[in-house]
Design a binder for this molecule. Structure first.
Ligand code: FAD
Length: 488
């Protein structure tokens, strides 16, 4: 029997297996596919994901095949590009908007998995049934090539098996939400160099044909065109029509179309993410339209959130810790879904008066403090309002210390020990934590974050969220709270 059975080796299952493997958890990861899904899906990841990739030593390898984007713009009907996302390196130590090629990223993660001695990967097996027991989960799997099935047992099963999750279906958990009426044609192409006319992602708000166009990993570019209700996609998918549609975006670059497909986007969330020893993560738990580039990114956050909690519970921490996974992640995912639908709504407008009003507003704010504020704050903050924290986080996200992702100037995380750590420059606080068996580290430049909040220490969880923060007198309370969620 393994500790954790990960069903589904898409990018979320891969990341979860890596994070669990690094904590010494015995993992069996299965997938029905023989290889990674070969066509591009996720086009961008953010700084939070790069920080999670840093935790498994892979941010450099992923960035080596990525393009850092300066921002994202909405283009008005009259062709004015107004920046709606500013992407300068901020408080997390990584660029906030980076274009990738999902299959290449997945191969990087899979190569790394081969080096994790406690992780076993099995491909070509399909999960069929789940039998939940008091002390374990038994699943029945069958080779996709046919033949005899077999029983696998694990203490926990994590469904990372995508939007059509078999795990979710076997648990009879509804996937609540809606499917957008709009259909989009997605065209991925190989390009000989970055397109001069599309230096970063553009949401082109043309009422006649809403369009999204963005650079992907080096040598790739994506276009998305909205189909109007009732429009037949077939003529748009003709190779000659696709080529002709690309022409206006080219300035001498050569393009080879890789694929053109029709997608319908969904905003759905599993009604519950945990049934006893079975949990859902990634697309199996939630899906959203791609307009904010947050589908995989949200799943990566799930993996970071869930992995340390599973490792802790397997090590003897109270099982209730696993409930904090959904408590923390669900509101954040729903905020991302709202952001994705907001971005989609902006570009998908086709009513003439809505387009005029949108463009008038964009023209009015362009270059003002309002635009700069929106561009810097469009994305929900990496912070949770409730969950596994020493005390409830502040109601207002920007005011939070406890419940927020600790900053990383430079590469702070590389200097921190794995697991729980108290960051402080105060000798008394440090000695109190050390006496309680808690690792201590100097936050370096990020000591400014403590100083600005008049704090002496922050006690960081293994996923680098602030569990507790305070002054010397608060150390005892922080350590006592830590005992409640950790086995140590
Ligand atoms: C057009 C498009 C654009 C996108 N753009 C972005 C973007 O810019 N940024 C972003 O972050 N995200 C984006 N996404 C979303 C992103 O691709 C997904 O969120 C991501 O792939 C989800 O990863 P996952 O591991 O949860 O699921 P998946 O990648 O779907 O992997 C699930 C795995 O489970 C396996 N599986 C399924 N059923 C079984 C079974 N019964 N037994 C065994 N194995 C099983 C499958 O073979 C598969 O390998 C986009 C998606 C699309 C379609």
């Amino acid at each position: 029997m393994v500790d954790v059975l990960v069903c589904g080796l898409g990018p979320v299952g891969q990341l979860l297996a890596l994070l669990l493997g690094d904590q010494g958890v015995r993992v069996l990861a299965i997938d029905r596919a023989d290889d990674v899904y070969p066509l591009p899906r996720a086009a961008v990841v953010d700084d939070e994901v790069l920080r999670i990739l840093q935790a498994v030593g892979l941010d450099g390898a992923v960035l080596a095949d990525a393009q850092v984007q300066a921002g994202a713009s909405v283009v008005t009907e009259d062709g004015r590009a107004v920046e709606v996302l500013a992407a300068s390196v901020g408080r997390l130590g990584h660029p906030p908007l980076v274009s990738i090629n999902q299959p290449a990223m997945e191969r990087t993660l899979l190569r790394a998995l081969a080096d994790r001695p406690t992780v076993e990967v099995r491909r070509g097996v399909d999960l069929e049934t789940i039998d939940r027991r008091a002390d374990r989960v038994d699943v029945h799997v069958r080779p996709t090539s046919g033949g005899r099935g077999e029983r696998l047992s694990a203490r926990y099963l994590i469904g990372c098996d995508g939007g059509g999750s078999a795990v979710r279906a076997r648990l009879q958990v509804p996937f609540v939400g809606r499917t957008a009426p709009q259909r989009w044609i997605v065209v991925d192409a190989l390009v000989d160099r970055p397109l001069a006319r599309v230096p970063h992602p553009h949401f082109v708000g043309r009422a006649a044909r809403p369009t999204v166009t963005l650079p992907m990993s080096p040598g790739r570019h994506r276009w998305e065109w909205m189909l109007h209700p009732g429009e037949d996609p077939a003529p748009f998918l003709e190779p000659a029509a696709v080529r002709a549609a690309l022409d206006e975006w080219l300035d001498g670059e050569t393009v080879e179309v890789e694929r053109a497909v029709v997608y319908t986007f969904h905003t759905r969330t599993a009604a519950t993410w945990r049934r006893g020893r079975v949990l859902l993560a990634g697309d199996a738990a939630h899906v959203m339209p791609p307009f904010a580039g947050q589908g995989f990114s949200s799943g990566a956050r799930d993996a970071a959130n869930l992995s340390w909690k599973l490792a802790a519970v397997l090590g003897g921490a109270p099982e209730a810790l696993l409930d904090s996974y959904e408590t923390e992640r669900r509101p954040h995912v729903e905020a991302m879904q709202r952001t994705a639908n907001l971005m989609g709504g902006i570009v998908q407008a086709t009513s003439p008066w809505v387009v005029r009003a949108r463009d008038a507003w964009l023209h009015a704010i362009d270059g003002t403090r309002v635009q700069r504020f929106l561009a810097a704050n469009v994305k929900p903050l990496p912070t949770y309002g409730a969950g596994a924290f020493s005390h409830p986080p502040h109601r207002l996200p920007p005011r939070r210390a406890v419940g927020t992702l600790f900053p990383q100037t430079g590469r702070l995380d590389d200097r921190l020990p794995r697991g729980w750590v108290a960051v402080t420059t105060d000798a008394v606080a440090a000695s109190l934590f050390e006496a309680a068996g808690v690792a201590v580290a100097d936050p370096g430049a990020d000591g400014a974050w403590l100083h600005d909040r008049a704090l002496t220490f922050a006690l960081l969880r293994p996923d680098r969220f602030v569990f507790a923060a305070g002054r010397v007198a608060d150390v005892g309370q922080a350590v006592a709270a830590l005992r409640g969620v950790s086995a140590t």
